[in-house]
Design a protein around this ligand. Structure first.
Ligand SMILES: C[S@@+](CC[C@H](N)C(=O)[O-])C[C@H]1O[C@@H](n2cnc3c(N)ncnc32)[C@H](O)[C@@H]1O
Ligand code: SF4
Length: 374
């Protein structure tokens, strides 16, 4: 019997430009106030539960099979559970990105577990209440998160903890990992702090400092946690899967080619056939795909450190106005890994072989180090 590997499916979806994953930002409401949050809410009416459920039918008809509910805080959508149940009723894979606070309530956690989510990614910003709560802006959020994690562990749910590395928590990464391990959960570190969706660069001021990041990468390789994964720039067909294998829909129904690139493709309420929209022609999709195809040979090939860089054309556009520009944060991400590689070579630590030029399941280039899936 022949088996189909997920990586082959993703490869085919890249070539055939079929959306496999949808990230639905159910609401921009949130019970926390993270100072670095990339969300940029507008004063518009958000989609109701009924409208999201109708959207799920369109996504399913277009071939989407993984639906990630995010936000804002997705559980702050009044009809979160109806929408999540509708995902499962359609036999789609359900994932949720959450800050975990509402799952501190045992009944809510049990109701959530009954949905049989495939994965739950929960943000953990520190190893202690002082650090976590400072980053979330709300006292008591760490304690609630710990209670929630205890419930989810009892209920046998798969949880991935996610920590964006900032100046404020960089000294605690080992303790954060240990905290996750005590609960039986893996922690993934996000090394990229991005601007807000409307281009405000202020979150970048919280990014971890450069020397720290070099040591972080060296440490990760030495411990076998991950490789530095240089990308084979000259052989790359695209920088990332923007406008190809995934899409993002904001609380107002606007469809975007990926979570970072906020160029609207259409509104989900206005279209009947998402697959036809995705096949095109469509000005936005054609443009972002072209940029993603051209970036390796125009931008990346010119910089030695680019093979190690997390390069996102959407962030380039937000930071400089030009999606092809090798912006400062990409340069620093490349240089820190390159420097880490040099130190490791000096110490003769073997590097793990490159795992290729694409992100994991969403095709996001910021995911290449196995950490980013915001
Ligand atoms: C916008 S939140 C939505 C889900 C949920 N409210 C939460 O915080 O997990 C999605 C993820 O993005 C991360 N995040 C928010 N702003 C960010 C930024 N500027 N740069 C990098 N990651 C960010 C959050 O920590 C979280 O892991
Ligand atoms: S990162 Fe998540 S929890 Fe924090 S403010 Fe943004 S949406 Fe809320």
């Amino acid at each position: 019997m022949s088996t189909v590997r997920v990586s082959d499916l993703i490869e085919r979806a890249y070539d055939e430009v079929r959306p496999l994953n949808a990230q639905l930002e159910l609401t921009y409401k949130c019970n926390l106030l993270c100072s670095f949050c990339y969300n940029a809410p507008k004063q518009l009416r958000e989609l109701s539960g009924e409208q999201w459920i109708a959207a799920l039918d369109k996504l399913q008809a277009a071939g989407v099979f993984t639906v990630t509910l995010t936000g804002g805080e997705p559980m702050c959508h009044r009809e979160y559970f109806d929408i999540a149940q509708a995902v499962r009723d359609r036999a789609l894979v359900l994932k949720t990105y959450t800050n975990g606070v509402l799952l501190a309530d045992r009944e809510t956690a049990e109701r959530y577990a009954a949905l049989a989510p495939f994965d739950t990614e929960i943000s953990l910003h520190g190893a202690d209440a002082a650090t976590h709560d400072r980053l979330t802006g709300i006292g008591g959020s760490f304690d609630k998160l710990l209670i929630a994690l205890g419930h989810l562990s009892d209920l046998g749910l798969k949880v991935t903890l996610k920590t964006p590395i900032t100046r404020l928590n960089q000294a605690q990464l080992r303790e954060i990992e240990q905290l996750g391990a005590r609960l039986g959960y893996r922690v993934t570190f996000d090394t990229n702090i991005t601007p807000t969706d409307d281009g405000d660069l202020s979150p970048l001021s919280l990014a971890a400092d450069r020397e720290f990041m070099v040591e972080f990468f060296v440490d990760q390789v030495r411990r076998g946690a991950r490789g530095l994964n240089p990308r084979p720039v000259t052989k790359m067909k695209q920088n990332c899967g923007t406008g190809r294998v995934g899409l993002t829909i904001d609380p107002y129904g606007q469809i975007f080619p990926c979570v970072a690139w906020r160029r609207p493709v259409a509104n989900i309420l206005d279209i009947d056939d998402l697959a036809a929209l995705w096949r095109g022609p469509n000005e936005t999709l054609d443009y972002v795909r072209k940029v993603a195809e051209e970036v390796p040979q125009t931008t990346l090939v010119k910089h030695e450190e680019a093979a190690f860089a997390s390069f996102c054309p959407a962030v380039a556009e937000k930071e400089t106005g030009d999606p092809y520009a090798f912006y400062e944060a990409a340069r620093v991400s490349g240089l820190t890994r390159l420097e880490a590689q040099r130190r490791l070579e000096g110490g003769k630590t073997a590097l793990r072989k490159s795992q290729g030029c694409r992100g994991k399941d969403t095709g996001c280039a910021l995911e290449d180090d196995g950490v980013k899936d915001r």
